[in-house]
Ligand binder design. Structure first.
Ligand code: ADP
Length: 551
């Protein structure tokens, strides 16, 4: 802008300079021309008086370097000329000024010289005897005058231009500086040219509406980030060149990417072939749903293309961690297979014994024995089916969930009564210690848990061993500890005994009527109640199961 103002000022100065120079020269030229004419006229008048008085003698005192004076006879013959010899001069009758003077008393003429840079002014006056006195003077014409003055004129022009340059530069800065110093953050606070005030107030209005839009966009962005960042699911929006436009932290976590650089391709977040193929497919316009494994996490990747005017402009990718779901499904499949297998064994025995009896292969005295075996297998089936039902109910969360205040000591005492025969049969002594702590819990489930733990404590005990249940408190949390002096569980097996159908010693467990579901019911029951279950055990010495209920 400074440059443009500078150039404009210089251009204006040059135009003004040339125009004013030209006009001045024109006016001066005209003025001097008129003055010269006047001088010639006065000189001719004076001289004519002298010639009238003295005749030719009047010319004696005229120096040759004075204005040219020519005296012409009535027939045009030159009688005198102070610059040339009159005898050599041609007849002047044809000269315009002479003719005019002869006819009208005086005459004036201007003739350009050969060189074109000068012109000669002639003024002629008729004397009383009809002779004509002519005075002439040479003057520079306009071209001549300009030619003669070109050097000083150029110097003046250059000086004027330099001066104009300096002034223009200062002026341009003076004009532009306040504009450069405008505080556009607070447009209305500027006190510069009133001409820019409307512009500033418009900027102010636009700035305000822009600010409002930015604030709204930021708010929406923050809202969006808050929602997406709190999502467990990974969320990505990419453009058609695979560049990530939007993402949440879950997406980075699930894809195993540490951080994301600006304008990064989604392909750099996970380099697995499956993921690359998904991106390729979705950007070709296909909806993709696939299961992929990212660093041990099973994910469902759902990718949807985004179309605009039937062209794919990007894609939205949703990544769900389905590890637990998959594990659950796997567990359910295994559970079904295990249940079928466990049911098959007693059923095959029952069917076998019944077939032998019906075929009449069993002696009447052995019938009782066979019926007893069938009864035992049927009992096993009932226990197994009951356990499966309990596990399923816990799995589905379909159990009646009614909490009540339970006296833990009383509840264990009742369990001991129910187990009395079993304990006696196994030769195990049962002990109960602790205060009458009350817990707000679901009694049926807690009963089932403690019953299973006590049942195991008797089953996996030694003859003459003991089972001790202690009621205590860990802070506000009620604790029930079931401890036995039985066979114990190795550290390796401790990790697995809560799994469904896991039994340390299959044949022994089966022989004593175990289903492999007891501790699984304990674990699920504890989860249902919000309690923690822990095992401490030493092989050959005994086990301790600690159940800590919630406050
Ligand atoms: P089961 O019906 O076979 O007893 P559980 O789920 O109750 O099934 O127990 C799983 C396995 O854990 C048992 O087969 C047994 O090997 C082991 N176990 C459970 N409780 C004890 C205990 N108190 N002492 C030693 N081993 C135990």
């Amino acid at each position: 802008m400074t440059k443009r103002i500078f150039k404009s000022i210089i251009l204006a100065s040059v135009i003004v300079l040339l125009a004013s120079g030209g006009l001045t020269i024109g006016v001066l030229y005209n003025h001097f021309g008129n003055q010269l004419e006047e001088e010639l006229r006065t000189e001719a008048e004076f001289l004519s008086i002298a010639v009238e008085d003295e005749g030719m003698n009047a010319f004696d005192s005229i120096p040759s370097e004075a204005e040219r004076i020519t005296y012409i006879d009535t027939d045009g013959t030159v009688l005198f000329d102070n610059r040339s010899d009159a005898a050599d001069m041609e007849n002047h009758m044809d000269r315009e000024e002479i003719q005019e003077a002869m006819e009208e008393g005086s005459g004036m003429a201007v003739r350009e010289s050969d060189t074109l840079s000068r012109r000669t002014l002639y003024y002629a006056v008729r004397l009383s005897d009809g002779t004509v006195l002519r005075v002439s003077s040479v003057q520079y014409n306009l071209t001549g005058l300009l030619g003669g003055m070109i050097q000083p004129l150029l110097i003046i022009l250059i000086l004027a231009l330099v001066l104009a340059g300096v002034l223009a530069s200062r002026l341009a800065k003076q004009i532009v500086n306040p504009l450069n110093g405008l505080d556009l953050d607070h447009p209305e606070e500027n006190q510069t040219y009133e001409e820019v005030a409307p512009l500033l107030s418009r900027i102010n209005r636009q700035q305000k509406s822009l600010q409002a839009e930015i604030t709204e966009a930021k708010r929406q962005q923050e809202e969006f980030s808050m929602i997406t960042d709190n999502m467990e699911e990974g969320f990505l929006v990419i453009d058609s060149h695979t560049e990530v436009l939007s993402y949440n932290s879950s997406a980075l976590r699930l894809l195993g990417a540490k951080d994301k650089d600006a304008r990064q391709s989604v392909l750099a977040l996970n380099r697995s072939e499956n993921f690359q193929k998904t991106v390729e497919k979705v950007l070709s316009g296909q909806h993709v749903i696939s299961y992929q494994e990212f660093q041990g996490i099973t994910c469902q990747v759902a990718a949807n293309p985004v179309f605009q005017d039937e062209k794919v402009t990007g894609a939205v990718i949703l990544i769900l961690d389905v590890t637990e779901k998959m594990k659950g499904e796997q567990m359910r499949r295994e559970f079904t297979a295990n249940v079928s297998h466990e049911l098959k064994t007693p059923l095959t025995s029952i069917s076998g014994f019944a077939e032998i009896i019906s075929d009449g292969f069993v002696k009447p005295e052995d019938t009782k024995k066979f019926a007893g075996r069938i009864f035992k297998e049927a009992q096993r089936l009932i226990v197994l089916v009951n356990d499966v039902i309990k596990i399923s109910q816990l799995d589905e969360g379909k159990l009646p969930y009614e909490k009540e205040s339970v006296d833990l000591y009383e509840m264990v005492r009742e369990i001991f009564v129910r187990m009395e025969d079993h304990a006696k049969a196994e030769g195990v002594h049962c002990y109960l210690y602790g205060p009458h702590i009350k817990a707000d819990t679901v009694k049926t489930i807690l009963d089932e848990i403690i019953y299973n733990l006590c049942d195991n404590g008797i089953k996996y005990n030694k003859k003459g061993g003991s089972l001790t249940v202690t009621i205590s408190q860990d802070g506000e949390r009620p604790v029930i500890t079931v401890e036995d002096t039985g066979i114990g569980v190795s550290e390796e097996d401790q990790k697995r005994i809560f799994e469904r159908f896991y039994r340390v010693d299959k044949s022994h467990s089966k022989a004593i009527g175990g289903t492999g579901l007891g501790l699984s019911i304990v674990k699920h029951g504890a989860m249902f109640l919000g309690a923690d279950i822990k095992v401490e055990s030493t092989l050959g010495e005994g086990s301790k199961f600690i159940l800590t209920l919630p406050e």
